[in-house]
Design a protein around this ligand. Structure first.
Ligand code: LLP
Length: 441
């Protein structure tokens, strides 16, 4: 339903009069009209309180439902900049970095190595060398990588802890580009390889402390983790029996989904997901009478997506072939997800979002880029919208800017973090000069 769109927005959403007295969307106690006027559009804003609440939801659920120790890793690939790295580190989360680039952001933000975890399916020597110094944990994807780590670690007095990435043989139900757990996926090791890896670590005095699996991203049914948990618990039994090895940490990856569109509501809670995983793990491992491993989920999207809102300005309203086109100042360059995964978003006018009923002709929202695939939202009920109006696209906080490009010379948008009425610019908009930074003149 149209009104439900409001609940897709961050926790602090409110409708308050703008300077002309019209009800307008406020987030983090700030008027979106004013933010757009100050920083231009497209603009990405993040509501810090919504992120804090999501972290708290994971923490509460873990302490309520898991009888053993627990922690959270934030999958930085969902949204990473200095401010986000600092925020997650301040919450005490580990930060999952993919490669030397994300580790550089994390270290520049001051995240201590003990809180950095290095992931990657084909880590370069540069990734591994940096990881040995900058990360407290390396997640090993494959046996050749383990041998390379052993060689690089030889000269070092101390080395990061190692977790093994298990390929459970089960993906979750999501777009196939986001599935990772299936038996023929490029990620991780099967059970036999994991046994070989632990034996290798024991022979080579490498500190292997954990197991990790990740079945895919953006799934909605918590029980889809259970077959993979069964597989991993059977592997733990085997490792105990054959090698007398027991994990200190078990990370069931991330992937918990969210609602992007009012049609996705209601969505199962973070608590429900965590409770399902925690209960199954505790039940399966308790008979071993060994200490329960630390349960360490690794969410990205479910921590940050709903905190983010993209604000666009409608430049042109056009009618073509029976379609109402709203042409925006952003699109596939800042959000490739509709083109890549057919992701379905929703949108609301910033001014008077609920007072005007949708008209009979749905809207097609597209960007300014030279591609017919630059289509942000198809066939969306919206009121009459005029050129110059602002539209807010909820649930824009995960993966959009991380996959943004300079296609057609697009300038990546500014990012603003909001907290209790204070708006802090955390990333400036790119300038045309930024487009030349790598060119040799
Ligand atoms: N852990 C690992 C090892 C991962 O590969 C990922 C995501 C996560 C955790 C976090 O997953 P999340 O909780 O955010 O679903 N570009 C796609 C998503 C790709 C996710 C890649 N890995 C999208 O825009 O939907």
């Amino acid at each position: 339903m149209y009104r439900d769109r409001l609940s897709l927005l961050p926790d602090t959403v409110a409708l308050r009069p703008d300077k002309n007295g019209a009800p307008s969307l406020h987030i983090g106690d700030r008027d979106l009209n004013q933010l757009a006027a100050e920083w231009g559009t497209p603009l990405y804003i993040y509501d810090q309180r919504t992120i804090d609440n999501a972290v708290q939801a994971y923490q509460d659920a873990l302490s309520r439902h898991y009888p053993g120790p627990a922690g959270i890793t934030y999958a930085g690939k969902a949204s990473l900049n200095l401010a986000m790295a600092r925020l997650m580190a301040a919450h005490g989360l580990l930060l999952d970095c993919t490669g030397v680039g994300e580790m550089h952001i994390a270290r520049t933000a001051g995240v201590p190595p003990a809180q950095i975890l290095l992931h990657g399916v084909n880590k370069s020597q540069a990734d591994l060398r940096a990881g040995l110094v900058q990360a407290g944990t390396l997640v090993v994807d494959n046996l050749p990588e383990l041998a390379r780590i052993a060689q690089l670690a030889q000269a070092r007095v101390s080395a990061p802890a190692l977790w093994l990435r298990v390929r459970p043989g089960y993906a979750v139900d999501t777009h196939q580009f986001r599935q990772t757990g299936q038996h023929d996926s490029k990620f991780g090791m099967d059970a036999d390889e994991c046994v070989d890896a632990v034996a290798y670590c024991q022979r080579n005095e490498l500190r292997v402390t954990g197991l990790h699996f990740h079945q895919g991203s953006h799934f909605h049914a918590a029980e889809q983790v259970l077959p993979a948990l069964d597989m991993v618990c059977a592997l733990i039994g085997r490792l105990q029996q054959e090698l007398d090895w027991w994990p200190q940490v078990l990370s069931p990856g991330g992937g918990w989904g969210i609602a992007y569109h009012e049609a996705d509501l209601p969505h199962q809670s973070i608590e429900f997901y965590v409770a399902t995983v925690a209960a199954a793990l505790a039940k399966k491992l308790s008979p071993h009478s060994r200490p329960l491993p630390r349960l360490q989920p690794e969410p990205g999207r479910s921590l940050v997506a709903r905190a983010g809102v993209a604000i666009y300005r409608v430049g042109t309203v056009k009618h073509a072939g029976g379609r109402r086109w709203l042409l925006l100042d952003g699109g596939m360059a800042d959000n490739i997800r509709p083109a890549l995964y057919q992701a379905r978003y929703s949108a609301l006018p910033v001014t008077d979002p609920l007072g005007r009923p949708p008209v009979s002709e749905n809207a097609w929202l597209a960007g300014p880029y030279c591609e017919s695939g630059d289509l942000l939202i198809e066939d969306l009920p919206l009121p009459e919208i005029e050129a110059g109006e602002l539209l807010a696209v909820p649930v824009s906080g995960a993966y959009q800017l991380m996959m943004a490009s300079n296609y057609n010379g697009a300038l990546r948008p500014a990012v603003v973090m909001l907290r209790d009425g204070v708006a802090q610019l955390v990333q400036r908009r790119e300038t045309v000069d930024d487009l030349l930074l790598r060119d040799i003149v």
